[in-house]
Ligand binder design. Structure first.
Ligand code: HEC
Ligand code: HEC
Length: 131
């Protein structure tokens, strides 16, 4: 009897662990407002399903909490003149960064679209990011 009970307990623990792991890997609902942009920028995870989470959340270990771009120690320099890897602005706009930024990926993706759609994806004003 005692053994059956501890088996049940172990099973319950495994189920709980899996549920928490699955929850941690859940992308937020669409309409997410980017945390620190000077103008409103809305990000929809549903439009980016083709990319691996780690393409953008590149410090994520695949299990723990997912950080915001601007979290302390990450891209936490909000001065737009800063050109370092810590720059929040550069983390979205740098076209030559080693890792994907919004603009570098949109520029590549735009090349595969028709002219109008491509322009909307990669441009600044009147773009998908800054309508
Ligand atoms: C194309 C880039 C991109 C991809 C791919 C992506 N995300 Fe995100 N995610 C973002 C951005 C941008 C934010 C908003 C961060 C901010 O405001 O600083 C965000 C925010 C989040 C947040 C909220 C973090 C917080 O503290 O508010 C979670 C959780 C998250 N994403 C999970 C996921 C998961 C899980 C996947 C894969 C299924 C995924 N994301 C794929 C770009 C992406
Ligand atoms: C790894 C590639 C990649 C990265 C990085 C990326 N995007 Fe995108 N994004 C795409 C592609 C591809 C589309 C077009 C999807 C479609 O139309 O089916 C898109 C579409 C969009 C759209 C329009 C579609 C919608 O419903 O929202 C917005 C807005 C957008 N991206 C914002 C952002 C922002 C803001 C960032 C940076 C925080 C970002 N993206 C980073 C690939 C990327």
């Amino acid at each position: 009897m005692k053994r059956v009970f501890s088996m049940m307990l172990a099973c319950a623990a495994i189920v709980c662990f899996c549920a928490v792991a699955a929850m941690a890997a859940q992308a937020p609902a669409d309409g997410l407002k980017m945390a620190k942009t000077s103008k409103n920028v809305v990000f929809n995870h549903s439009a980016h399903k083709a990319s691996d989470c780690k393409e953008c959340h590149h410090t994520w270990d695949g299990a723990g909490a997912i950080k915001k771009c601007s979290d302390a120690g990450c891209h936490d320099v909000l001065d737009k003149a800063d050109k370092s890897v810590k720059s929040y602005y550069q983390s979205m706009h740098n076209k030559k960064a080693k890792l994907s930024t919004c603009v570098s990926c949109h520029t590549d993706a735009a090349a595969k679209l028709d002219k109008e759609a491509g322009k909307k994806l990669k441009s600044c004003a009147k773009s998908v990011c800054h309508p």
